[in-house]
Design a protein around this ligand. Structure first.
Ligand SMILES: [Zn+2]
Length: 368
């Protein structure tokens, strides 16, 4: 096998572009073994390493230590270090804990960034010390070119699925499953990863749920620990090309005050806002409601008239009470490119606390 032809699997956040040591095999062993690598940066490489990204101000290039199990393939080797090992460089040590894969899955650890430990002009001697292994590994050091998260987000934003196509799918599902009583589902406005309000709602094109997660948080976490699984349904996200911006969730975020943590989505796509903190200033004052009696009766406020037959009743069960929740009509603007036609805010915000089921995430209903 030609070791020089070996290529590590491309990482979304950085790709190895210059090999600065030869690739070495780590032979099978029964005890501790030390393997040495050596490199001196030339002036071109030093210049590269001094460049900063205009997008996030951080260096564009880094030096990273790659290692993988040696198998029969030459390409797409997943990063994985011997189970017991450490890297030593110029008096610094990278411990085994940092180099460990997650749940025995190769590729769930990053090749460590050794840039700041590197001597810019002198010779660098790197030692990889490892315990017993029953399969050979291969290791080497590369200069990698980084892609800032913002640049990745900009790409994902180009893959925006419109609110109209998502509503169309919901509608088709409702028509196909007329005999089955479809239930509403709760969507959390909070990212399941960061527990803060989602800013850029994304999910995989293969996800069967409407719940989104935040692009920035998801990418930051995967930059640290590349697991690439959906935080809602746990499916593997094989490529970042499968991530899409959800135009429907975007509209919901735009149309709900910031203190609203969740909404209910009716099977036909109507949104009912759940307000757990109705006294917050973003709410309008409720002047004449009888708070004691109507807590269990969510009322619906249509923001605009429906043109189609998906309309749900627009009046509360009791006509005497102020609504305890409000419906945002995201449906009726689906002619032409109607995304901007929606009222920016619901006209009547809830003033009652609605009992709220804790299983926000698990209640995500598929809409396929
Ligand atoms: Zn999912």
């Amino acid at each position: 096998m030609q070791l020089d032809q070996i290529q590590f699997k491309c990482n979304l956040f950085f790709e190895p572009i210059i090999k600065i040591t030869t690739l070495k095999t780590l032979p099978v062993s029964n005890g501790n073994v030390s393997n040495s690598f050596q490199f001196t940066l030339n002036s071109d490489q030093r210049q590269l390493l001094s460049k900063s990204s205009q997008i996030d101000g951080h260096p564009i290039y880094q030096i990273r230590f790659f290692c993988s199990k040696l198998n029969h393939s030459l390409n797409n080797l997943l990063v994985e270090f011997p189970p017991v090992c450490e890297i030593r460089l110029n008096g610094n040590t990278i411990s085994a804990a940092t180099l460990r894969v997650l749940k025995n899955k190769p590729g769930t650890v990053n090749p460590p960034d050794i840039t700041i430990m590197t001597r810019k002009k002198d010779t660098n001697r790197v030692e990889l010390v490892y315990g017993s292994i029953n399969q050979s590994y291969i290791a080497g050091i590369f200069i990698v070119k980084r892609t800032p998260i913002q640049a990745i987000i900009n790409e994902i934003k180009k893959r925006r699925i419109s609110k109209e196509s998502i509503l169309k799918e919901l509608q088709e599902r409702q028509e196909n499953e007329q005999d089955i009583a479809l239930q509403s589902q709760t969507l959390s406005m909070k990212c399941p990863l960061a527990f803060s309000r989602i800013k850029i709602p994304i999910r995989s094109i293969h996800c069967q749920h409407l719940q989104c997660f935040d692009a920035n948080t998801f990418l930051l976490m995967n930059e640290q620990r590349p697991t690439w699984t959906c935080p809602v349904c746990n499916i593997k996200i094989e490529s970042y090309n499968h991530l899409m911006l959800d135009g429907y969730f975007m509209e919901i975020l735009k149309n709900t005050p910031k203190h609203i943590e969740s909404v209910n989505v009716e099977p036909n796509g109507h949104i009912v806002i759940i307000d757990e903190h109705p006294s917050l200033p973003e709410n309008q004052e409720d002047t004449d409601s009888d708070e004691q009696e109507e807590k269990d009766v969510p009322a619906i406020v249509e923001l605009s008239d429906d043109d189609d037959n998906l309309s749900i009743p627009s009046s509360p069960k009791s006509t005497q009470q102020q609504p305890a929740s409000a419906t945002v009509d995201l449906i009726s603007s689906d002619e032409e490119d109607g995304q901007e036609e929606i009222d920016p805010y619901p006209i009547n915000l809830p003033t009652h606390v609605i009992p709220f089921p804790p299983e926000i995430m698990s209640s995500a209903l598929s809409y396929k």
